[in-house]
Design a protein around this ligand. Structure first.
Ligand SMILES: Cc1cc2nc3c(=O)[nH]c(=O)nc-3n(C[C@H](O)[C@H](O)[C@H](O)COP(=O)(O)OP(=O)(O)OC[C@H]3O[C@@H](n4cnc5c(N)ncnc54)[C@H](O)[C@@H]3O)c2cc1C
Ligand code: SF4
Length: 424
């Protein structure tokens, strides 16, 4: 049975409080004050001999499993990149750098060599291209705005020439797990296994994770078959999945790329030397393992308290067709949510926002969110407050990753809400 439109909101544990026995779906029909609406429908408990967690990057259920069962203990911190992507229809007459060009990967512009990130362009059928820009969330400048970097990337002559006269059909944003091998959690516990991006199987060297996610799912399925035959769903049997991953080409690929993300993070031209060393040494490089720092810990404080985000020249050049503001892009993501529901973005300590965070970083959530969910409002007396538009949320999870105070917790909104990407 497939249950579309139901979000998993809670992990269920057995009597020993350690064995996972299923998940609870979220309640539907709760209003924004927490009261039941006439259409209230309680969540249901989905019980399973083995629960497979495949929530993609920064899952909200695996986060809680991590806290309770320590699956991330002893690993390097999970780190992420945020990607903004569009599907653009271009005129038939537009040309690519060569007739054979189907894929372009770039880095550097407009971030320079000190900030990790780059772009991609994939040729699709029907005169369409998939165009995206990825920013490593370990960036240090609190005034950086990934969406503006994406717009600048689109205006680089190489890209602008390919897409000129085009029209954006769809836009979206999502994080991808960039830590790889050294950030992979324990892959099995009593009653559960973890697959795909949730298990950090993406290969950051190739910027690809579909193949490893699928393979991890296949190996998990084989293990579950064995567990069914043996009628043993404890980690004693499910740990075979961990071993199968270790024996498979997933391990080979990820091990060879184990320091690649860290090498890309090096500043200046040292980056090229470090990346080169990865290729020559099969991923070992000069230091193995190279350290990884949590994305929430990397922003530098603004020393100049009068500093304000620059008014980007890009905002003057938006045409609503090929170069879009955030809200037009959001519209093209098809995002919708039930408006009358509790805010799914939980801010445990709202006082921090306008005191510490504004003073030290000028409220970076208003910039790193690609969907304008966070906005600064000013009242007649000049005092500022942070306003949230949760129904804009693209579910990219950037805010939970990058908030410098870890003061944003992303929870699942009412099932069925979110972006509706339709072009594949
Ligand atoms: C812009 C971009 C471009 C990419 N390009 C490529 C590429 O060209 N090739 C490639 O191989 N890889 C690419 N990747 C990476 C690839 O998309 C991922 O590695 C892959 O999708 C991971 O698959 P997954 O099943 O683990 O997670 P996902 O594809 O993220 O799927 C997880 C699903 O679980 C749902 N979910 C999460 N939490 C809950 C919950 N609590 N309850 C119910 N549902 C939930 C999510 O909504 C989502 O639908 C790209 C990633 C991005 C962001
Ligand atoms: S609120 Fe958070 S998860 Fe939602 S779009 Fe903005 S950054 Fe992404």
């Amino acid at each position: 049975m497939v249950f579309p439109g139901f979000a998993g909101s809670e992990v269920l544990y057995g009597e020993d409080d350690k064995r996972i026995i299923g998940i609870r779906t979220g309640d539907k029909g709760i209003d924004k004050d927490g009261n039941k609406r006439p259409n209230f429908e309680p969540g249901v408990d989905l019980m399973a001999k083995v629960t497979v967690f495949g929530e993609g990057p920064k899952g909200s259920l695996i986060r809680e499993v991590g806290k309770k069962l320590g699956i991330f203990d002893g690993k390097m911190p999970q780190v992420f990149e945020t990607a903004i992507k569009e599907v653009i229809e271009i005129p038939e007459s537009n040309s690519f750098p060569s007739p054979d060009t189907t894929v372009l990967h770039t880095f550097g512009h407009p971030l320079g060599l000190d900030t990790k990130g780059g772009g991609f362009l994939y040729k699709m059928k029907d005169n369409r291209v998939a165009l995206g820009f990825v920013v490593g969330l370990e960036y240090e400048d609190p005034l950086l705005e990934p969406y503006q970097a994406f717009l600048s990337f689109k205006k680089h002559p190489l890209i602008a020439g390919i897409i000129q006269g085009g029209k954006v059909l769809q836009q979206g944003a999502k994080t991808l797990p960039a830590g790889g091998f050294y950030t992979m959690p324990k892959l099995a516990v009593d009653g559960a296994v973890f697959v795909g991006d949730s298990a950090s199987t993406l290969n950051i060297q190739r910027l690809k994770g579909v193949h490893t996610a699928m393979k991890s799912g296949m190996l998990a399925a084989e293990t579950i078959m064995t567990a069914l035959e043996k009628e043993d769903f404890t980690s004693q049997t499910l740990d075979q999945y961990q071993q199968k991953v270790a024996d498979s080409w997933i391990h080979k690929e990820l091990y060879a790329a184990r320091n690649f993300g860290q090498a890309l993070s090096k500043k200046g031209f040292g980056k090229f030397v470090t990346i080169g060393a990865q290729y020559i040494s099969g991923g070992r490089g000069f230091v193995d393992p190279m350290p990884i720092h949590a994305d929430s810990a990397t922003l530098t404080e603004l020393s100049n308290l009068s500093a304000n985000p620059p008014e980007s020249p890009d905002t003057q050049d938006l045409d609503g067709k090929l170069y879009l503001d955030k809200l037009t892009g959001l519209y093209l993501s098809g995002t919708s949510h039930e408006e009358n529901q509790p805010c799914h973005l939980v801010i445990p300590n709202p006082d921090l926002c306008m005191t510490e965070c504004y003073d030290k970083y000028r409220s970076p959530c208003t910039r790193f969110c690609p969907a304008q969910v966070y906005e600064l409002e000013q009242d007649d007396n000049g005092s500022k407050r942070l306003k949230l538009n949760p129904s804009n949320c693209l579910h990219c999870k950037t805010c939970e990753v990058k908030d410098p105070y870890n003061n944003i917790i992303w929870t699942c909104p009412e099932g069925g809400g979110g972006p509706k990407y339709s072009i594949v």
